[in-house]
Ligand binder design. Structure first.
Ligand code: AZC
Length: 832
């Protein structure tokens, strides 16, 4: 081999400071095309990312080759969302070269922070569901599990949120504008995906009735691969995202008609498919383009999965032993009909055989019980967009209902609830029912949520298939959410218990005994204070507001949604404001209320709540009579990067949804792991967090899911009575309704007041208000005793080990997927 090539080859893998520095300089010149004098921060980010990418490519290929050679069973995580965030620190950290990189940059006169900050935040998701998918990718790679992510390479991620005059305004998020150094375009990995057209019946070679889908429009799905670096760099998995490309086959008929421009325009329009992420979180829009996105990425992924499988196999009998497909919510559930179509129409399998294979391959995760989030596509839309799939869905349904009828003895109401078709009003396909029926396992994301699935949406299915529903409580990756986001605390932890916790978070339990160690408590506080200073500076940069580092940082960060009850927090804020004004001589514990979160652009109530928070902030923050004891800030554009700054700095974690409505939550886990105390309802995973951290180390309040259920079943309650009996609630609401926070438009908050009063207060904000205030008071009292507070904070961190997504993913692997770790063979190549 050419000696020069060989030396470059080694250089590409070297992980020491000199080697990194040399390859940065080389990459800057030869790939970014700049010299050091002219390079911008963004140029340096691209340079460093490309140099880091070099260092994973060999191991990535080794990993893929090992899976292939072992013909390992793979798991395919199909998700319309992957909320990844930035990748530079993540890759460096998982490769174990953060310090080396920092030093190499230092020698070039550059600051690591500046380079890191030049990376756009990849926001290909809305919230919890998308971030969970990203945590799972990290955990699968870190566990050595053969896991692939499949999704869409949206050109525009989740919108950028700005506040204009206190109102949310959405701007397009152009994360790909300057290129994406992490991805590899695969123009040769291209699959056709069809839409519209019609179905033709014919007789196959043995005279059986068969179907083909003809006269359809075609789009191509092109792959982009991003390496997913596992902790330690042993396993590098793949996230494959599809981008829509127009087909090259022009319709010559159109040319002759003189409609050439129209034909070309049509082609270009087909690329809109992967243009933009729908910005709704847990609400469905029912738009045709969304259905097409779902089918587009699912079909391409299934074609890719079958192609990979067929490299080793000649029949499909082994598909369930070689591929597990996890449906992240119902968004990819059309895949069940698509796999049936591929097996029956294209590969000529018998229906029953194909169905058995399909069911054994798929599993489905439900993430919400909210009725408005359960996908139900109009039959007429599916008939038009995916005519063959509609036939297949009818067939699945007919066979299922026929089999069930015998057992249901005349219970027609039950049969109609089990049907894949909702016949009430416009006929619709219930995607949840399809996903349930086409999967061998169906799971919820916390113990409570899974129980409620059995009792509510899937009660009938659960009766029919009692072994199918199982629970997999969510988790979070400790690499991003502790090690990277909170270097101060993670370094402290490592000095005391070693670094085993990074890949085995259960080891963090060793910190329990340190809760009684005064010196450790002091250091723990110091780490928190450092993070609070960092957040305080960020708050000032973002909002111009100055906050007291020694106040309680009381944090509610998540999507804006009525069920998450930001309003409850706002009402408490106003009540506290009034108390402080009424009692200026009391020595108050200073409080900083930190909010952040986006509202779906069409969710007017959520946007009004944003405006209210900003209006309350304006009044409170400029009222000298509270002596800076209370500040309210709403940080703009909450995303993964902002979360990494906010979460490590929190003292109090607001997890205050109406019980029974938050499927799990994952922010609750991130905050508790970083030593925040939770104030929360017994909802979602809060229930399990309480079990792990202990009831003394969490502030629980409010109605339980059962109580909520009983109250609603008995016809609800009268919020007016509750309000009348609680003077501080009444006063806070009166201020909102009379325009104390909106002197420019006194009626602005009428819809909010209406919803909480005559509207019946569906989310039970007023019903839980008094108990919430009691819990808030308890938190404030405890905060005065900083030793006791710190002790509880340490016990939170120490007891959160079980909430690692490594644990979650291992449960999926063992109980649903039956996949096992593979140890890639790296042939002793120069790495470490
Ligand atoms: C969310 C749930 O609301 C949240 O409670 C859960 O932690 C998260 O999924 C991950 O499981 N759901 C969504 O983001 N979206 C939908 C459609 O449910």
């Amino acid at each position: 081999m050419d000696a020069r090539f060989k030396s470059r080859d080694i250089e590409r893998r070297s992980l020491d400071v000199d080697g990194l520095k040399r390859s940065f300089l080389e990459w800057l010149v030869y790939s970014v095309g700049k010299d050091a004098r002219a390079a911008t921060r963004r140029d340096w980010f691209h340079t460093v990312a490309l140099a880091v990418r070099d260092r994973v490519v060999d191991r990535w290929m080794d990993t893929t080759r090992s899976y292939y050679q072992e013909d390992a069973k793979r798991v395919y995580y199909l998700s319309l969302e992957f909320l990844i965030g930035r990748l530079l620190t993540n890759s460096l950290s998982n490769l174990g070269i953060v310090d080396e990189c920092r030093q190499a940059l230092d020698r070039l006169g550059l600051s690591m922070e500046d380079v890191v900050d030049a990376e756009p935040d990849a926001a290909l998701g809305n919230g919890g569901l998308g971030r969970l998918a990203a945590c799972f990718l990290d955990s699968m790679a870190s566990q050595g599990l053969p896991g692939y992510g499949y999704g869409i390479r949206y050109e525009f991620g989740l919108f950028e949120q700005r506040f204009e005059n206190g109102w949310q305004v959405e701007y397009p998020e152009q994360w790909l504008q300057f290129g994406n150094p992490w991805e590899f375009a695969r123009p040769e990995v291209l699959y056709p995906v069809q839409f519209y057209g019609r179905v033709e019946e014919f007789r196959d070679s043995v005279g059986e009735r068969a179907y083909r889908w003809v006269d359809a429009d075609r789009v191509l799905a092109m792959a982009y691969d991003t390496p997913v670096v596992g902790f330690g760099g042993e396993t590098i998995n793949t996230l494959r995202l599809w981008s829509a490309r127009a087909t090259r086959d022009f319709n010559f008929g159109h040319f002759n008609d003189g409609a050439y421009m129209k034909a070309v325009e049509q082609k270009i329009l087909s690329e809109n498919l992967s243009r933009v992420l729908y910005p709704n979180d847990a609400t469905e829009t029912g738009k045709e383009l969304r259905l097409k996105q779902e089918y587009f990425f699912t079909s391409a992924s299934l074609q890719d999965i079958l192609r990979r499988y067929l490299q080793h196999h000649t029949t499909f009998d082994n598909l369930p032993n070689k591929a597990a497909i996890q449906l992240n919510d119902t968004h990819p559930a059309i895949g069940i009909a698509e796999l049936m179509r591929l097996l029956v129409d294209q590969h000529a399998l018998r229906w029953d055989n194909a169905w058995e294979i399909t069911r054994a391959t798929f599993a489905y995760t439900n993430h919400t019980l909210l009725p408005e989030a359960l996908e139900a596509w109009p039959v007429r839309m599916i008939e038009r967009v995916l005519p063959r799939h509609m036939q297949i869905i009818y067939e699945i349904n007919a066979k299922f209902l026929n089999r069930t009828k015998a057992r249901a003895d005349g219970d027609n109401a039950k049969l109609s609830r089990l049907s894949l078709i909702d016949e009430r009003g416009e006929r619709r396909v219930r995607m949840g029912n399809l996903a349930f029926l086409g999967s061998h396992k169906v799971n919820g994301v916390s113990a409570l949520h899974t129980e409620l699935m059995k009792q509510t949406v899937f009660a009938d299915f659960h009766q029919e298939f009692p072994d199918r529903i199982n629970n997999k409580t969510n988790g979070i990756t400790p690499r991003r959410w502790l090690k990277q986001a909170n270097p101060a605390l993670s370094e402290l932890i490592t000095t005391r218990i070693g670094e085993g916790w990074i890949s085995d978070l259960s080891q963090i339990a060793a910190l329990r005994e340190k809760a009684d160690d005064v010196v450790f408590r002091e250091e723990f506080r110091r780490a928190k204070r450092k993070n609070k200073k960092r957040l305080a500076a960020y708050i000032t940069r973002q909002t111009g507001e100055e906050v007291l580092v020694d106040s309680i940082f009381d944090v509610q960060v998540k999507r804006m949604h009525e069920y998450k009850r930001q309003l409850l927090n706002v009402l408490h804020t106003i009540a506290l404001y009034n108390e402080m004004r009424d009692n200026p001589t009391v020595s108050w514990v200073p409080v900083t209320k930190v909010f952040a979160g986006k509202a779906a652009p069409s969710y007017h109530m959520a946007k009004l709540i944003i405006k209210l928070i900003n209006d309350v902030a304006k009044v409170v923050n400029h009222d000298p009579s509270v002596h800076d004891n209370l500040k309210v800030v709403l940080l703009p554009n909450y995303n993964v990067t902002a979360a990494e700054i906010i979460i490590p700095a929190a003292d109090l974690s607001e997890q205050i949804s109406t019980a029974g409505m938050e499927a799990s939550g994952t922010g609750n886990m991130k905050l508790a792991l970083n030593g925040a105390l939770t104030i929360g309802t017994l909802d979602g995973a809060n229930v399990e967090i309480r079990e792990h951290v202990g009831p003394d180390n969490i502030f629980i309040f409010g109605m339980t899911a059962d109580e909520v259920n009983d109250l609603r079943a008995s016809g609800g309650f009268n919020p007016r009575e509750v309000i009348a009996s609680n003077p501080s609630l009444k006063r806070a609401l009166d201020m909102i309704s009379t325009g104390a926070f909106s002197p420019d438009d006194r009626n602005r908050y009428h819809p909010i007041v209406q919803a909480l009063t005559d509207g019946g207060d569906h989310f039970l904000v007023t019903a839980d208000f008094a108990d919430y205030c009691r819990a808030q008071d308890a938190a404030m009292q405890l905060y005065r005793d900083s030793e006791e507070w710190t002790r509880k904070a340490i016990l939170n961190t120490a007891n959160m080990g079980w909430f690692s997504s490594d644990r979650t993913v291992n449960e999926y692997a063992g109980e649903i997927w039956d996949v096992h770790p593979v140890h890639p063979n790296h042939d002793g190549e120069g790495f470490r």
